[in-house]
Design a protein around this ligand. Structure first.
Ligand code: PMV
Length: 337
């Protein structure tokens, strides 16, 4: 059965998406617009972390994530954008779109809201699943990216596979290279704590922008790092990309530490991992850390060094580490026959 069923009430569409790991971080929103970035980000999707989302048409909007029903109001802006897009693209009349509602069920293969970018894959999958369930297609990736962004900025990037950029001020992200561009690249995901974060990235970003004296410096220096990283990806230069990745992470956290009250996502184990990675680099192993709104560490390395990274930090992990490659964007999944 094809995953695309133009709008019958009983047919479920199934889409799959992957988290978008930023090597150069989006941290801070412009004051106008919904999730318009103050800094340009550069990211890859991670092939072995997945969100699977099923969607049917229903009498009212509902959403269940990892078997827990959630308040559908949290995704109304995204579903409203899907309804508007279906009208704009001629798939539905305005009268039909008002009556369109979606029952959404989503499952993550990794802990939700723990700083592993579940919002990126989750919102990209939601935008895609509702668009398909409503009778639309996934062909207009820029439109899908704009819709996903309304739910979560990083989701704008998860729509695309491979290497993506989302420029400051832009309504949508774009792909700069496909996943196959750099087959040797690896990201070792280290789950160090599985509990959900105490403060959402949205609240943390706004507090940082509004209270951290270092925030203006973060924004001012971000574009130089972005350019460096983009060039490093073009040249497939791991050391240049690794050092830019590490700096982007550390500068982002420096702005948070200086917010009022300070934001500290790290746990003691986070710092232990950072010291072990520094020791690996001193031994000539390419391994650079990146972290997001949570205590987990993801290590940028290559296919030859991933096992050395695992050996160095495995004992610190709360769950099995996962070695990822750059992965695909959001897509429909066909049911088995
Ligand atoms: O878009 P959000 O709310 O998932 O925020 C993403 C923030 C970071 O993960 C820290 C950075 C990024 O660019 O993904």
């Amino acid at each position: 059965m094809d995953a695309r069923h133009p709008g019958t009430a009983d047919a479920a569409v199934h889409v799959r998406a992957h988290p978008s790991l930023a090597l150069i971080k989006y941290w801070g929103k412009q004051r106008s617009g919904t999730n318009i970035a103050a800094t340009s980000s550069l990211a890859i999707t991670l092939d072995r972390l997945t969100t699977d989302t099923f969607c049917t048409l229903a009498a009212s909007d509902t959403i269940t994530i990892d078997e827990t029903p959630r308040d559908p109001a949290t995704v109304t802006p995204v579903l409203d954008a899907v309804r508007a897009h279906l009208v704009d693209s001629g798939v539905r009349s305005s009268a039909e779109a008002v009556e369109l509602h979606f029952a959404v069920t989503s499952t993550n293969s990794f802990p939700t809201a723990a700083g592993l970018a579940s919002s990126a894959s989750g919102l990209a999958a939601l935008a895609a699943a509702a668009t398909l369930a409503g009778g639309g297609s996934l062909d207009d990736r820029a439109a899908l990216s704009r819709i996903a962004r309304i739910g979560s900025g990083s989701a704008a990037r998860s729509v695309f596979g491979g290497f993506t950029v989302w420029e400051a001020g832009a309504p949508s992200a774009e792909q700069i290279h496909p996943a196959e561009w750099w087959p040797e690249l690896r990201v070792v995901v280290l789950p160090l704590a599985t509990d959900a974060k105490e403060i959402s990235s949205r609240a943390a970003m706004n507090r940082t922008r509004d209270t951290s004296p270092y925030y203006p410096a973060w924004v001012e220096t971000a574009s130089e790092l972005f350019t460096r990283a983009r060039e490093a990806v073009r040249r497939r230069d791991l050391e240049a990309l690794g050092t830019a990745t590490q700096l982007s992470t550390m500068r982002m956290f420096a702005t948070m530490f200086a917010a009022e009250p300070p934001i500290v996502y790290w746990k003691p184990v986070t710092l232990t991992v950072l010291h072990r990675l520094a020791a690996l680099r001193a031994d000539g192993i390419p391994a650079w850390e990146t972290m997001d709104a949570g205590p987990q560490v993801k290590v940028l390395t290559d296919h030859k060094s991933a096992s050395a990274v695992l050996d160095a930090v495995r004992d610190l992990c709360a769950a099995d580490p996962i070695v990822c490659k750059p992965g695909p964007g959001v897509r429909a999944v066909s049911d088995p026959p």
